[in-house]
Design a protein around this ligand. Structure first.
Ligand SMILES: CC(C)(COP(=O)(O)OP(=O)(O)OC[C@H]1O[C@@H](n2cnc3c(N)ncnc32)[C@H](O)[C@@H]1OP(=O)(O)O)[C@@H](O)C(=O)NCCC(=O)NCCS
Length: 339
């Protein structure tokens, strides 16, 4: 007996929504503990402020608020979503997943749902999967959420990370389309350098309180080798970004908007030069006011760009995420239409 397969269709981003935590934290509020200054942080990263989520703003809370906005803007209800992908590295439960807590809260507790661990590349990994699910006919409407509460896993005394990481959530609905709205993904890794960004020690080492005090084991906060990450992002990730453009059959001159992972303004500006993007390309710079929110940074930056500049709805954008692993994924997308 031959198995019968019905193929799906092209896909596109139908809508975007986001949630920014209430508490705005300026550089001046964090510099004393790391012997730094507002000037040093701005000069090295462009970051002026970030948002930290409070107790009443959990990973699930922030995700649901971002998702509700995206679903409403797509003209859909939660019941129309058949698949939910949640990219995060800061949901504090190994199981059950954040995605199942989110679909229960959204009122659609039977959708397919799973969490995805690809750090700051999680959102663009999720977009690639959502596209493939729709193309293969597996799903019709996929909700992709990028969410982080990095303040729970950042040491406020660490000079290498305390001024970088932040909290927030962004979501998109990916649906069927008659024409291609999401290009082929350019993705990969440099796993030989996976120690460049880590969250250590593993939970298993924390189990034993005695072991903890003997070995001086602390909470698993993020640490990073800043210069190694910087070099990799600028050269390897820029190359991947150009591949994503080529795979979509386009050139840099066709890219209206560049929304890279909001890691650091200096990385973004160097990537723009490395890729030779034309001066007319609009460059997302949400990292300046929102810090680095890992998996949430691209949809947060996309949402604020479309709010501030509605003429960008429907334009051609290049998105690319990169981070711990070291992993990356990028694709050309058509920005969602005006809701
Ligand atoms: C983190 C980063 C800003 C640090 O900048 P850097 O120039 O590499 O900093 P270095 O660690 O080499 O230190 C340079 C100097 O600044 C000082 N310094 C380090 N951290 C500091 C801080 N937070 N505040 C003030 N001074 C600091 C160092 O002591 C050193 O001083 P010295 O020259 O007198 O010895 C930079 O490496 C970077 O942006 N990396 C990419 C990180 C990133 O985006 N990660 C997320 C990817 S998803």
């Amino acid at each position: 007996m031959a198995i019968k397969i019905k193929m799906g269709s092209h896909s596109r981003i139908l809508s975007v929504g986001s949630y920014r935590p209430k508490k705005l934290v300026m550089n001046s509020e964090i510099v004393d503990r790391i012997e730094s200054s507002d000037e040093w942080i701005q000069q090295r990263t462009g970051i002026q402020s970030r948002r930290f989520a409070g107790d009443e703003e959990s990973v699930v809370d922030m995700s649901c608020w971002a998702a509700q906005s995206a679903i409403e803007r797509a003209g859909l209800t939660a019941a129309d979503i058949d698949t939910v992908i949640v990219a995060t590295i800061t949901f504090p439960h190994q199981a059950p997943s954040a995605s199942t807590a989110i679909i229960e809260r959204l009122g659609n507790p039977t959708a397919a749902a799973f969490d995805l661990s690809a750090a700051c590349a999680g959102f663009t990994y999720g977009i690639a999967m959502a596209h493939d699910f729709i193309f293969a006919g597996t799903s019709k409407n996929v909700l992709v959420i990028g969410v982080e509460k990095l303040s729970d896993f950042t040491d406020p005394d660490d000079r290498a990370t305390a001024f970088i990481f932040a909290d927030g959530a962004g979501a998109v609905v990916i649906g069927q389309s008659e024409t291609p709205g999401i290009g082929p993904v350019a993705w990969g890794s440099d796993a030989l350098n996976r120690d460049a960004i880590t969250m250590d020690p593993p939970w298993t080492l924390m189990r034993n309180a005695e072991q903890k005090s003997v070995a001086g084991i602390d909470w698993p906060n993020i640490s990073q080798e800043g210069q190694k990450v910087f070099r990799w992002a600028v050269y390897a990730v820029s190359k991947a970004a150009l591949e994503a453009i080529e795979q979509a059959g386009l050139t840099v001159n066709d890219i209206d908007v560049f929304i890279p992972h909001q890691a650091n303004m200096r990385i973004i500006e160097t990537m723009v030069k490395e890729m030779k993007l034309p001066a007319t390309t609009v460059i997302a710079d949400d990292v300046r006011i929102n810090g680095n929110t890992s998996a949430a940074s691209i949809p947060l930056a996309m949402d604020i760009l479309l709010t501030d500049r509605p003429e960008l709805h429907g334009k051609t954008a290049l998105i690319i995420g990169y981070g711990a692993g070291l992993v990356y994924a990028g694709q050309v997308v058509e920005l969602p239409p005006k809701p």
